[in-house]
Design a binder for this molecule. Structure first.
Ligand SMILES: [Zn+2]
Length: 73
């Protein structure tokens, strides 16, 4: 692969890493405040199976469907 493509890929990877780190930090913060497991949009409990799939999820299934998705919180 040429250097320009690799630079672009490095930039994409760095962006993903920053997004993931931010989501994980936010989930840890929600544990500290006692808000973990509850949707940040509507306040409903997030299904345990969803949290086992991705513990960083901030939205219940209904809000994830109609909102802009958990990744962009
Ligand atoms: Zn919700």
């Amino acid at each position: 692969m040429d250097g320009i493509v690799l630079d672009r890929i490095k930039s994409l990877l760095a962006g993903r890493l920053a997004d993931l780190a931010a989501r994980l930090r936010a989930a840890l913060a929600r544990i500290e405040t006692g808000d973990f497991g509850y949707c940040t949009e509507c306040g409903e409990a997030i299904a345990a199976a969803r949290l086992e799939f991705d513990p960083a999820l901030a939205l219940c299934i209904a809000c994830a469907r109609y909102g802009d998705g958990p990744v962009r919180r």
